[in-house]
Design a protein around this ligand. Structure first.
Ligand SMILES: [Zn+2]
Length: 81
């Protein structure tokens, strides 16, 4: 299973590490950690999900106007009534 690159430092080769009994994907350049899972593929899946989410967040910050906390939600709610 392919491990996505680190979303924080763009390291293209994060490693699956074994802790006491869990496996986690770890970026050895910046120390970013994925979720701990008993299964290696689950650990990689969890890491890949975070990688995609962080990349989406970076895209969101650059391309979407966001003018403060809950602005979208409160606007949506007031439009309802
Ligand atoms: Zn990294």
């Amino acid at each position: 299973m392919k491990i996505e690159c680190c979303p924080y430092c763009n390291n293209t080769d994060p490693k699956v590490v074994l802790w006491v009994k869990d496996r986690q994907v770890m970026c050895l350049l910046c120390g970013a950690l994925g979720s701990a899972c008993s299964d290696k593929d689950d650990a990689i899946t969890a890491w890949n999900r975070v990688s995609k989410a962080v990349k989406f967040y970076e895209y969101f910050k650059e391309h979407v106007d966001y003018d403060g906390e809950d602005s979208t939600i409160s606007k949506f709610n007031s439009d309802e009534g």
